[in-house]
Design a protein around this ligand. Structure first.
Ligand SMILES: [Zn+2]
Length: 123
C-alpha cells in the first residue's frame, strides 16, 4: 500500500497546507470560536522545530487542550510549544522589547519602531 505523503488533518500536501493556512491563523481561530463558544482564542508564538518562533493564533478548550485549526501551515511533526503573548514583543530587527501597543507590524514580524521595520525590510 502506498504511504500517504502527509498526515495533515486536511489531507493536503505540506505545500498546499502552507498556502491554505499561512496568515489565516486569526480568522480560522475566530471561526472555530464562533462554532464552539467554549473555546478561547489565544495569540502568541508557536515554536516550530524548523522555523523557530512563529507569530500564531490558536484556541484553548476549558480543560486547557490546544485547538489549532492552522497547524498544517508548519512543517511536521507538530511538536512545537505554544507560548501565549505577554503583550511585550521583541523587535525582529534590534531585539528590543517593547509594549505591543507601541510596536510596528510587518507581515508576521514586529518591530520596536518604523525605522527598524524599514531597515529590516531593506528599504
Ligand atoms: Zn528595533
Amino acid at each position: 500500500m502506498e504511504q500517504p505523503k502527509t498526515s495533515a488533518p486536511c489531507g493536503l500536501s505540506a505545500a498546499t497546507c502552507y498556502a491554505k493556512y499561512r496568515g489565516k491563523c486569526k480568522e480560522m481561530v475566530e471561526e472555530a470560536c464562533r462554532q464552539d463558544p467554549t473555546l478561547t482564542p489565544v495569540r502568541g508564538h508557536y515554536i516550530c522545530w524548523s522555523w523557530g518562533k512563529q507569530a500564531h493564533w490558536w484556541a484553548v478548550k476549558p480543560d486547557g487542550t490546544i485547538v489549532d485549526p492552522t497547524v498544517g501551515q508548519f512543517p511536521k511533526p507538530h511538536i512545537g510549544d505554544y507560548i501565549p503573548f505577554d503583550d511585550v514583543i521583541e523587535c525582529s530587527h534590534c531585539g528590543k522589547r517593547v509594549a505591543e501597543e507601541h510596536a510596528t507590524f510587518y507581515g508576521s514580524y514586529a518591530f520596536c519602531s518604523g525605522s527598524c521595520n524599514i531597515r529590516f525590510v531593506g528599504l
